[in-house]
Design a binder for this molecule. Structure first.
Ligand code: SF4
Length: 223
């Protein structure tokens, strides 16, 4: 999308409720990041991971997606095991973790109260997601972490949700700017989902097994 930066400015003013929440936390915790969280990873990735929004004490505190809360522990451990990251994840943005052929972004870049962005906020932040997608024709697989990220991703592309409903472990064939891409679904790797057994480590790894196979297969076809 012409004219839209891939990452919003630190003081992006577009969502008044989120700006007020951000300002409140700048006052309460001045040493936290407290700004729109930029995407993290390879700028020409095969795999794009889409989360919903930064966690208050995770990415909003540290400034890197999925860094500093439980979701990052499971996500980055799994990414390292499947060759989509290397280094050591130490839950801080200056650790040695690097993503390999993968990029992580959030559909909404600012932390929302109670982890719940509103429909208008999702819509307002959507141009940054679309600009990110448009800038990365290398993407062949997208992992949506959670139903809302899945729905938001489809809506951002103006694709019907009914044709590709969220199902944990599913892979949907979609078109991204005229290119075939597979959209994989997983329950969000939150502590709540793992504590309740909705998502086990094995279930999450199984999704990554499918993603790895898809990326490797499409790489060999393009070689
Ligand atoms: S959520 Fe997105 S559009 Fe809204 S204020 Fe934050 S960066 Fe701007």
């Amino acid at each position: 999308m012409a004219g839209v930066a891939l990452d919003p400015a630190r003081d992006c003013p577009l969502c008044p409720r989120l700006v007020a929440f951000r300002e409140e936390h700048r006052r309460l915790s001045p040493d936290w990041f407290n700004a729109p969280v930029p995407s993290f990873g390879d700028k020409a990735p095969s795999l794009l991971i889409v989360g919903l929004a930064p966690g208050l004490r995770g990415a909003n505190r540290t400034g890197r997606p999925f860094t500093g809360d439980y979701a990052g522990d499971l996500l980055y451990e799994t990414m390292i095991d499947f060759g989509f990251a290397r280094g050591v994840y130490e839950a801080r943005p200056d650790d040695s973790l690097e993503l390999v052929d993968a990029l992580i972004t959030n559909a909404v870049r600012c932390v929302p109260p109670e982890n719940k962005p509103t429909g208008p906020e999702i819509k307002t932040c959507r141009p940054f997601l679309i600009a990110t997608l448009d800038a990365m024709p290398s993407v062949r697989a997208v992992l949506a972490l959670g139903r809302i990220a899945h729905d938001t991703f489809l809506t951002a592309l103006s694709l019907p949700r009914a044709k590709s409903p969220f199902v944990h472990g599913a892979g949907h064939d979609i078109q991204l700017s005229g290119r075939p891409v597979k959209l994989f679904d997983s329950y969000h790797c939150s502590r709540y989902n793992t504590n309740t057994g909705r998502l086990t480590r094995e279930m999450f790894r199984s999704v990554f097994t499918s993603i790895r196979a898809h990326v490797d297969e499409t790489s060999s076809l393009r070689a």
